[in-house]
Write a protein that binds this ligand. Structure first.
Ligand code: ISL
Ligand code: CA
Length: 557
């Protein structure tokens, strides 16, 4: 196992629009991020990944870019960016930008040109066809091929109509993208998170798909296209290999069996990917708002499979939530009575898998999902499009609102709750761009900073423990309880240490822990104040270390 800084690092994801507003317009911005860098340094994270900060009409909150070399007006300007980058570096942290190059905005100059005429020099920067080649579902509702009246042809958009897909078959487009990447890297940026990167190579025979199984379409048709690895290797050769940076590809549709085609050490492509198996467990055939049941065995299986598939040569970044999925404590924990212990339990899980953890903003405060009473309060294009389609079909809107409360992306896009003043101290504007979660008077950063037993300090401790015990990073992993639906128990070990993790994912006591007797090990940490019991209480998590067996464990494989 090769040792390197980005395997030992921890990522913290900022969704700038919702992080901190510095100038009272209701929208988070770069100067707001600068204000909070000391807070992030205090937490102890290493790499700040910012969701897109480029010029954008915000059809999809910045994932629709109209100018890759300019900062979104609402977020600041290049001078503020440079100031932010320097301030991040001064604190010993690194900056990772979001690279969104599967598609641009329809307001990007390239697309404006492209749609003008069939012989425009930018025509082939996108996919145009005289007839609709196939009926494919777009991620945000409706079809992925859109008729454009100007030239009477159709263009492809896997996401919204305002996010036309870029044509990577065109070497000129690829050169433009590489140039743009160099522009940011030359400023000193330390890496990229690459948006839906497995989608950039299209299946140009446009295969027919079965609309009733969306995850299958993503895996078999949208992702992992024929020239994908050629493009990634070219990008690596042309750009990435010339800078001391790191990369993580967002990888929906990539099964464990293909993992090492992206991140295998011999590939010269990406350092890490984010895998999605656990994110789709609760999706029914109708997609994310069609909820289905799952249990902890399914969840554990995802991590086992990825661990096994990566072996000693590939690496991933681990996430339990991000700006697209529900809050981790609401989805995998219990955000009511056991919010604090379950948030801490999930912190242990997140920071002790083999992979680079990615913490989403607000997780360290214990922020939860939100349940706005009316669709008027929602802002996300996916949520709003789904609502509109349901209305047109005459579907059950009450049921849909309940599903939005559980699954909608705005659950994680409400402003970060800084304190108990109006709008949680996020903004001084009369109203932020999206409402604050009404639970902010008791769930906020000021409160966790004032409480030595808070989720915040638990993260802080875990982050420094992980740095000091690289067994948690590089050590081997084995699950102890594959078939249990409530207990997640595993061991991580190498020549420097041997740790047992016991996590009770339930509202009841758990008796009958596997592994060595607890009395033979020493307790490293736990999320309950007293730890004398021989069983685990609801959402209790404990980590033990086996002392004095270190020389032995090396022989155990
Ligand atoms: O949120 C999802 C669907 O409900 C995910 O499947 C998501 O669309 C997918 O992971 C791709 O996400 C990325 O690209 C999108 C953008 O809207 C997301 O915010 C981004 O993370 C298009 O750029
Ligand atoms: Ca602002």
């Amino acid at each position: 196992m090769t040792k390197t800084w980005w395997k030992e690092a921890v990522i913290y994801q900022i969704y700038p629009r919702s992080f901190k507003d510095s100038n009272g317009d209701g929208i988070g911005d770069l100067a707001g991020i600068i204000e909070k860098l000391d807070y992030l340094a205090q937490l102890g994270v290493d790499i700040l990944w910012l969701s897109p900060i480029y010029q954008s009409p915000n059809d999809d909150n910045g994932y629709d870019i109209s100018d890759y070399r300019a900062i979104m007006t609402e977020f600041g300007d290049l001078a503020t960016f440079e100031r932010m980058l320097a301030a991040i570096h001064e604190r010993g942290m690194k900056l990772m930008l979001d690279l969104v190059v599967n598609h641009s905005s329809d307001e990007h100059r390239w697309f404006q040109e492209s749609r003008k005429s069939k012989d425009n020099p930018y025509r082939d920067y996108y996919f145009w066809r005289p007839e609709k080649p196939v009926s494919w579902p777009s991620f945000f509702g409706g079809e992925a091929w859109e008729y454009d009246a100007a030239t009477g042809e159709y263009y492809l958009h896997l996401f919204s109509k305002k996010q036309p897909d870029l044509n990577w078959e065109n070497p000129k487009l690829r050169e433009e993208v590489y140039d743009m990447m160099r522009f940011w890297l030359d400023k000193g940026v330390d890496g990229f998170r690459m948006d839906v990167i497995p989608f950039i190579s299209k299946r140009l025979e446009w295969p027919a798909v079965d609309w009733s199984d969306f995850p299958k379409i993503v895996e078999e048709v949208y992702a992992n296209g024929p020239r994908l690895h050629e493009f990634l290797q070219e990008m690596h050769r042309e750009v990435l290999s010339h800078y001391p940076i790191t990369t993580v590809g967002e990888a929906p549709g990539v099964p464990p069996s293909l993992a090492n085609t992206y991140v295998g050490e011999d590939r010269q492509e990406l350092d890490m990917i984010f895998h999605f198996g656990h994110m789709f467990l609760d999706w029914g055939p109708g997609g994310k708002f069609d909820l289905t049941t799952w249990d902890l065995r399914d969840f554990k299986r995802v991590f086992n499979e990825w661990y096994a598939a990566l072996g000693e040569t590939g690496w991933v970044s681990i996430f339990l939530d991000n700006h697209d999925f529900p809050r981790l404590v609401s989805r995998w924990g219990n955000d009511g009575e056991y919010r604090i212990p379950s948030a801490k339990l999930l912190a242990i899980l997140l920071l002790s898998q083999r992979g680079t953890p990615s913490i989403y903003q607000g997780t360290e405060i214990g922020m939860t999902n939100v349940a706005f009473p009316s669709i008027e309060d929602y802002r996300d294009i996916e949520t709003l499009n789904t609502w509109r389609e349901a209305q047109e079909k005459g579907a059950d809107l009450e049921q849909l609102l309940a599903a939005i409360h559980q699954q909608g992306r705005d659950n994680v896009r409400t402003p970060v709750q800084w304190d108990d003043t109006p709008h949680a101290g996020f903004t001084t504007a009369p109203a932020p761009w999206i409402k604050v979660n009404p639970n902010y008077p008791h769930i906020n950063a000021a409160a966790v900073l004032a409480d030595p037993n808070s989720i915040f300090y638990f993260y802080q401790q875990l982050l420094s423990f992980r740095k000091a015990h690289l067994t948690w990073v590089y050590g081997e992993y084995v699950m102890l309880d594959n078939n249990d639906t409530r207990l997640y128990a595993y061991r991580r070990w190498d020549e420097n240490g041997d740790f047992y993790f016991f996590l009770n994912f339930s509202d009841e006591d758990f008796h009958g822990l596997p592994g060595p007797a607890l009395t033979q090990m020493s307790l490293v940490m736990g999320n309950y104040p007293d730890t004398q019991t021989a069983y685990l209480r609801p959402w209790e998590a404990r980590v033990y270390e086996v002392e004095g067996r270190r020389s032995e464990v090396g022989n155990r494989r």
